[in-house]
Ligand binder design. Sequence first.
Ligand code: NYM
Length: 183
Amino acid sequence: MACKRGALIVLEGVDKAGKTTQCKKLVQALQQSGRPAEMMRFPDRTTTIGQLISAYLEKKSDLEDHTVHLLFSANRWELVPQMRKKLEQGITLVVDRYAFSGVAFTSAKQGFCLDWCMKPDVGLPKPDLVIFLQLSPAEATLRGQFGEERYGTSVFQRAVQQRFEQLMKEPSVNWQVIRLSEH
Ligand code: NYM
């Protein structure tokens, strides 16, 4: 008997929005309701490409900006066969960041446009749903300092948020915004 394809659900947002916690909760809730579900995250730091990205994020290495953008995309592409297989097996994938983070973070840097940033990810499996966790500036402040990794400044994160807002105008993507209040 052919089983129903799993859904591809992506969680997006700026750093510290709580994506990882919510991904885990969603996977748990889906499993408890009897639906096979697994979590994935990007970057996946376990692969060879992921290790290059991780060293860059941890500021242990420097990479040219276009190069690291393409590595983030390659990290998604290398996992596509695995993703497709699981979806075909009926497993719902809950993914912590996807191509939208790739575009929002790189295009927040000087000299990058959305159009160039989107190109390497064209053709990736399309999410059925993208949940955007919208952190208010007040809540971001309450959550304290961003981490020690690259991109961890509030100025950069605000630029990333603006890029996400531009991406959310794309009507072909099923965006659902969840506003996180201060309490
Ligand atoms: N990031 C993440 C990018 O710059 N491009 C991408 O394509 C992806 C998927 O990596 N600050 C950035 C966003 C985060 C950082 O993510 C690591 P995490 O979820 O903290 O491991």
